[in-house]
Write a protein that binds this ligand. Structure first.
Ligand code: CA
Length: 240
């Protein structure tokens, strides 16, 4: 039986979710503020954490950071409607998924099942691919280069005209997807799948946020036009 921790200060919501999850067969624990959330998350052995963002004591983002320093328990954020920045920051800080309030309980249950299944799959892969030094052979490094922008897939590094550019994981993944598919117009959905995983079910407008970040870190800073918007379709990187 999977154990779930609900960190939510609104007692009514916490109680409602607790009842539904218990009914589904999950074992449920609750924390009513951020501090209690961190303590329980670190002390307990949970399979998943539902984490509200707006919390007394410590906000959800800070709870997530503190938990991530020690544990990789799957976390689904409960965010306010249209708080796109929260979603982006949350995913970058290591959340597995988010759901916008108010949510239908069926949707929450579906997200929980996906997160738990993904975690099981990762654990299974980790168990079967223990490093075997004798089988390791040097791998050719893959570096994608367009318009002076170089992306080193293995070293996870981006440079422009030799100067390093700091990107978050997801910004890197979006850029990589565009560079690997140069000349092909990529939809927001496709980019979200490639950058956030195939079972990504969130809103694809977060891709616009990553593109904005990439443009400010690369296009604006180095005075180039790397990423082109194709109105109504998506984004593309072209050789010039
Ligand atoms: Ca709250």
């Amino acid at each position: 039986m999977s154990r779930i921790l609900i960190v939510e200060d609104e007692a009514k919501i916490a109680r409602f979710v607790e009842l539904e999850l218990t009914h589904e067969g999950y074992e449920v624990d609750k924390a009513a503020d951020g501090r209690e959330g961190v303590e329980k998350a670190l002390a307990g052995d949970y399979d998943l954490i539902l984490l509200d963002i707006l919390l007394p004591q410590l906000n959800g983002m800070e709870v997530l950071r503190r938990v991530r320093r020690e544990k990789d328990t799957p976390v689904i954020l409960l965010t306010a409607r249209d708080a796109v920045m929260d979603k982006v920051a949350g995913l970058d800080a290591g959340a597995d998924d988010y759901i916008t309030k108010p949510f239908a309980i069926e949707e929450l249950l579906a997200r929980i099942r996906v997160a738990l299944k993904r975690r099981e799959a990762l654990a299974a892969v980790a168990a079967t691919t223990a490093p075997d030094a004798s089988a390791m052979t040097p791998v050719e490094t893959t570096v994608l280069t367009i318009q002076g922008v170089s992306l080193d897939v293995d070293r996870h590094e981006v440079t422009v005209a030799g100067e390093p550019v700091e990107l978050t994981n997801r910004e890197f993944e979006v850029l990589k997807a565009l560079m690997e598919n140069r000349e092909i117009v990529m939809s927001r959905e496709r980019l979200a799948q490639l950058a956030c995983g195939y079972d990504f079910v969130g809103e694809t407008n977060i891709i616009d946020v990553y593109i904005r970040h990439l443009r400010s870190k690369i296009d604006d800073r180095f005075g180039i036009k790397l990423i082109t918007t194709v109105r109504g379709v998506g984004y593309v990187i072209r050789e010039r």
